[in-house]
Design a protein around this ligand. Structure first.
Ligand SMILES: [Zn+2]
Length: 259
């Protein structure tokens, strides 16, 4: 076990998994885990997990765009309050972003953007990286990500971002991190896009418990993703592990990339 190379999971809904997921992930060499959240309850759960597993679980506080649309802006006061109260104590701000599958009306989209902007302001105040979700509005989300990164110099991660080579190249040009997950195990297009991401902007994720190809999500799947990606990118697993570790450190500490 101790000869296993470590790989980090940069986006996981750990509070939705069984308690022993952290131990199972560590046994598979997957640590640390960035545990993102989507509402006030999961923010509290993630903070508790980080307290229980210091160093192994890195908390992320955020309000998911689907939560925004489901509940409506006016009912997010407790979520926004906890976000701003505890932002100083966490590793990452997220999961936040835009989701036009759920926000179909102009008003719903405007509410998601308003909440995204509050996350950006919180991240800027506390110098934290931001973990972004996007669905059916990749270009819009990316534009906001680029503007935030240019204005603040803070790191942004586009998660599950393996749909367009062209947008992956924009991320490369703008110094936006892209995390690659288990979709590359099942989907050739996602695998091709994953090969496009610059070496120094690449992160891995599970997005567990989201299932891919019928297999339930778990942070230990990050190891399979790493093995497949090393083959696709023509690098050794050791080299990839070293690069990813440096990337995660840089992402979390906010140091700038060469991109
Ligand atoms: Zn997620």
């Amino acid at each position: 076990m101790d000869s296993l190379l470590p790989f980090a999971d940069s986006h996981c809904h750990l509070d939705q998994l069984a308690e022993d997921a952290v131990g199972e992930a560590a046994a598979a060499g997957v640590s640390p885990i960035v545990a993102v959240s989507q509402d006030v309850d999961s923010m509290s759960a993630v903070l508790a997990l980080a307290g229980r597993y210091p160093g192994q679980v890195l908390p992320g506080l955020g309000i998911h765009p689907c939560t925004v649309t489901e509940r409506g802006f006016d009912r997010l006061a407790p979520d926004l309050a906890l976000l701003s109260e505890r932002a100083a104590d966490v590793a990452v701000i997220g999961e936040t972003g835009l989701d036009y599958k759920w926000a179909t009306s102009e008003q719903q989209q405007a509410e998601q953007l308003r909440v995204l902007e509050l996350h950006f302001a919180t991240a800027a105040r506390h110098h934290k990286p931001v973990n972004l979700h996007s669905r059916r509005c990749l270009r819009q989300t990316l534009e906001h990500a680029v503007a935030f990164h240019r204005d603040t110099g803070l790191a942004v991660q586009m998660h599950w971002f393996t749909e367009s080579k062209k947008l992956a190249r924009i991320c490369n040009d703008e110094g936006i991190y892209v995390s690659v997950g288990p979709t590359i195990l099942a989907n050739e297009q996602a695998a091709t896009v994953a090969c496009e991401v610059n070496d120094d902007l690449l992160l891995l994720e599970s997005d567990a418990p989201v299932a891919v190809d019928g297999i339930p999500g778990h942070p230990r799947r990050v190891r399979e993703v790493a093995e497949k990606l090393a083959g696709l990118r023509g690098v050794s697993l050791e080299g990839l592990a070293e690069q990813l570790l440096a990337n995660l450190q840089r992402y979390l500490t906010g140091a700038s990339t060469d991109a």
